[in-house]
Design a protein around this ligand. Structure first.
Ligand SMILES: Cc1cc2nc3c(=O)[nH]c(=O)nc-3n(C[C@H](O)[C@H](O)[C@H](O)COP(=O)(O)O)c2cc1C
Length: 335
């Protein structure tokens, strides 16, 4: 039996699994691997210079045959990036943080599909009125930046209840087939996974970062606001690294007094310097000390034991989810 949910129908998916935007990790090759296995990934426009966003998206569109989405973090003005993305033919968008409504309107006027990442039922209740197609419920245990007011197990059903029929995708704490089934049981139409896909062969995140995810335990994670250059006062979950350890040893001083602040650690592909405490996660071709950058991840590090190809990850989710669902059916009939 194929999986059939509002999500699989809208995006023509084999399995209701989406890849979250992964900073610079969501490269054309990564998105192509997602598209090739009947899945779908999002790329983060925040990390693309306004001058090159159109060209980068055009390449992604060629590699994926148009099967990918673009994510807009609305802590900065994203109108130019949105216009460039629409010009490049992108029609699936994810928005979060900030004032989403004007962006939703532009995307809907262009015939697009909108996912809105929310962290509390109040926002979910508003989604239908502003024309959002899918809500992404981000549980507090998620990796990366956080909006969730509670962990997935309790947040997701409360968002489903508040959503007035808008389909809900579950994010935060999901890395495999059992998590997919649990999310479906809680009322979701699919899942949105970040940390698991960072640790995939095709993601353009740094190899050392992937290995840290594989090696980490949940006790190695911290929720902090220190990686704030470019995105302030926004909590995020990371694996404890040397930048965090130095800041902690210094007595957790406020911004402006932190150890190594203003220290140049690398440079972006366009030559711009990258400083300690920047929000950018380590990417594959990064020069210099990748380990001092934020290593975004969540408690699913307990479930991630190796770096695998995207196709293997998606296939395993599908097989496990079917096995679990069959087991549940047996349980219901008392066998
Ligand atoms: C490396 C990384 C970068 C992320 N960047 C973004 C981003 O730019 N925009 C966004 O909406 N979410 C971003 N997220 C958060 C994800 O969308 C998602 O909510 C989260 O990864 C789900 O939790 P999980 O890691 O437990 O799967 C990022 C997550 C990670 C791990």
């Amino acid at each position: 039996m194929p999986f059939e949910t509002a999500l699989t129908k809208a995006l023509d998916l084999r399995v209701p699994v989406l890849a979250a935007p992964l900073g610079r990790g969501s490269s054309a090759e990564f998105l192509g691997a997602m598209a090739n296995c009947g899945s779908f990934g999002f790329t983060a426009l925040m990390h693309m210079p306004e001058e090159t966003v159109g060209d980068e998206l055009a390449r992604m569109s060629r590699v994926t045959n148009g099967r990918f989405g673009a994510n807009l973090t609305l802590v900065v003005d994203q109108r130019k990036r949105l216009a460039a993305a629409l010009d490049a033919g992108v029609r699936v968008f994810s928005v979060w943080q900030g004032d989403v409504e004007p962006y939703v309107r532009v995307i809907k006027d262009a015939g697009g599909l909108v996912f809105w990442t929310v962290g509390d039922p109040g926002d979910a209740a508003h989604a239908k009125d502003i024309g959002v197609d899918f809500i992404v419920s981000q549980g507090r245990e998620a990796g990366g930046h956080l909006v969730g007011s509670a962990p997935t197990m309790s947040l997701l059903p409360s968002i489903v209840d508040a959503a007035k029929g808008v389909p809900v995708v579950a994010a935060g704490g999901i890395a495999e087939g059992r998590g997919l089934v649990a999310a479906l049981a809680l009322g979701a139409c699919g899942v949105w996974m970040g940390s698991r896909f960072v640790a995939s062969g095709e993601s353009a995140n740094h190899r050392g970062y992937k290995e840290r995810i594989v090696a980490a335990r949940a006790t190695d994670l911290v929720e902090t606001e220190i990686f704030d250059a470019g995105w302030q006062e926004s909590p995020h979950r990371v694996i404890r690294n040397s930048t965090y350890a130095r800041w902690e040893e210094a007595g957790c001083p406020p911004a402006g007094q932190r150890p190594g602040e203003g220290e140049r650690i690398s440079r972006f592909p366009n030559g711009k310097p990258l400083y300690r405490y920047d929000v950018a996660a380590a990417w594959d071709a990064m020069e210099g000390e990748w380990e001092v950058s934020p290593l975004y991840a969540d408690a699913t590090v307990e479930l991630i034991h190796d770096v695998k190809s995207v196709a293997e990850i998606v296939e395993e989710i599908e097989v496990t989810a079917r096995t679990v669902l069959a087991g549940l059916a047996d349980w219901r009939t008392g066998r």
